[in-house]
Design a protein around this ligand. Sequence first.
Ligand code: ADP
Ligand code: ASP
Ligand code: MG
Length: 817
Amino acid sequence: MKLAVSDAQIEAVAEQVQVHKFGGSSLADAYCYRRVARIVTEYAGASDLVVVSAAGDTTNRILAIIDAKHEGEQTGDFGMAEVLLKQLEKYQKGLITELLSGDHQQRLLALSDADFCRWWDWLAGNEVIDNRPELLSYGELWSARLLATLLLQQGMQADFIDARSFLIADDAPEPLIRTDISRIGLLNRIAPHAGTRFIVTGFICSDPDGRSLILGRNGSDYSATLVGSLIDAKQVTIWKDVAGVYSADPRKVERVVSLPILDWHEAEELARLGSPVLHPRTFQPVDRERMVIAVRSSLKVENQQTRIGQYEDVEPSGKVLTALTEVVLFRVDLRDAKLIDAFEELELTPLISWNEVEHHHAYYAYHQNHAEFMTRWLSERDSKHSAVQLPGYSMLALVGNRIQESEQYSVFKQEVGEQALRRLALVPDNSAVVAILEQKLDNRLLNRIHSQLFNHRRSLGVLVVGRGNIGSAWLALYRRLRERINEQMDVRIIGILNSTDMWLDYNGLELNDWQEQFERLARPYEMSQLIPELPNAPYDELVMLDLTDAMPVAQLYPSFFANGLHIISANKRAGASNESQYNEIRTIQQEYQREWYYNTTVGAGLPLNYALNDLRNSGDTIRSISGIFSGTMSWLFENFNSQVKFSDLVREAKARGLSEPDPREDLSCQDIIRKLLILAREIGLRLDWKDIDVDSLLPEHLADIPLDEFMQRLPELDDGMQDLYQDAQKNGNVPRLLASFAVQDDDTVRARVGIEYIPEGDMLANLIPGENIFVIYTDWYQEMPLVISGPGAGKEVTAGGVQSDLNQLLSRLNKRS
Ligand code: ADP
Ligand code: ASP
Ligand code: MG
């Protein structure tokens, strides 16, 4: 082919024509197309070239149809392929009818009919199209033709070009472009038409015989820079659904920052390390001194953009954190010199490679997407090669020029050092540091490291489990204190859950009228399925507030910890579980370095935990704690005397909500035992249910009958309780239900829950009904105990206690960072 245009025309093209590229996500529906048409009108010059990808997920749909047809060939059932093809046809024709009218619409529908006729013939086996790229090409063909026609309809001069008409390449895993002939073809086509905007298909090209080839998935970015370099353009603008290149993937990480400039090395390295933001070949054809690539948002054109170009003397700095969730290692015997050499020469460079000389091993790390290619490459070379494939790794990398000198380098090193690190290495030109990890990656980790690197305000996502009295009271309190809480960290409520339904939104819930919103927006869920999902919430830290009294929630604590959540409990069940379960919870908590606060489980809002911790941290030793740990028991016994029936009191307590719904929970002392266990364990003692000497108020024969019957038979308690009272009175005492534990001289623990006789004048005998009291003896408080008393229940004080735990968590997390 000969060049049919003058030097002056070529010069004019080089000076005036710029290239724009719109990806599939910018062309997903009719609304997107109109927006793109407006951008092309307002932001592109009159003779600019516009490269487009297939609309939305068209390429994926085509691949699915091809797969379904293959499957049909095996099974004889083409139903699936037909459904998928019908859907694709509907989608493509829908775009045409929505966007075009009159003749334009008629013309494109006729073209589209002809194309789909061919597709249906192919599916029916009447026409053979055995070249996949030919089928894939339709996606780009349709979008280019449609956009060009839309512009025409809007009165603009526009036309479309099928890139296969000029972009010629030789077939290879990555097609090798024949630059000269492609350049001539393109210039001949466009140079005579100054003033026309040409819409060019991305992703596709042709071999010299006219067979379609593709440039690899997401290849349209590459098409755009190819086209740009063929005409020697000064700028290629890649319009995306993101406003440029950010400090991390904005779909996964909160509070990313857009980068105003990136150097070629940095952008190239980022793409090479598999970031989806730009195709790895994008930079290959670029004249680095002349061209600039702008990456900007088609959704918000006014937003900042990233300019990629030649920037001298940039300060060393870590700029982009990028991650791959699936990485495979290829291990090669160092003595297999031929294979080692072949790896060195392979075009597809590994993410990183290294030698472990002592074991005679070389390692090459590749993105999972390349594993298939690598396996094929290895077996084609030598079917008995020594390479072993090791899957199950992940990658974190920090990209930026002169990375090793940057401030962020040591932060990155330290952060990944705390993970299951397999290897950390700089890439040869010092534009990235790459960490290969022996673990799964989740967004929580990415967020944490991102905020460490770029010094953002850290964030905490809060999951509220239980929306009863305490949940409601705490949410009200949180709303009141929100501003103050947020001074320390960016705290957001990401979910409110009851036992069956959850209202979850990782952006943070809007808490105005939350009850009403919960009714409307909450959906059924399974806790065990939810928990493994939670690490994807885009927060540095997550906490679960267990404001239930539910055993099933407590049983999942290990799973919450293992998935990275801290826990604040008002639920006593975990802290008071049997010793083996309790040890498991603690072990996992420590292994995953999570925090667990539960100050409200004993004495609700009373500052017991502060007093005990402060004494212990200051060098004191707790010897014993005794007292009345239950508000219900306190109320019952402070009101009990020879004039009243115990059964009447129990009824009244139940009616006034002062007891558990089933008062046997209180009478059997379960609640008190739990508190005693939690307190003892809190100060480091080993204690289990079986070690506690319990004197229950509940006769065994009443333990297992239905609640109604039990309430009727309550008076059966009365005689025994009156005897007890009279017995105590003989010596001027009154009965009280006490709990106590004491460390013995031999360091064993004696623990007891049951009735004790107390002198009438004693402070324990003179509480306000409902009041809790904790009498603490220590090395320093031997003669006179430290006494803490006050209300041991109530939704407001409990909510306040939960908030106190949250404050402690926040300051602990702030110290950690
Ligand atoms: P296109 O529409 O051009 O095909 P893609 O969806 O393939 O665009 O690529 C853009 C996506 O890349 C963004 O939506 C974003 O989620 C992701 N991405 C990953 N890392 C980054 C990053 N560092 N900066 C910007 N975007 C990123
Ligand atoms: N449509 C092609 C793909 O989905 C090319 C591109 O989008 O860049 O891979
Ligand atoms: Mg893409």
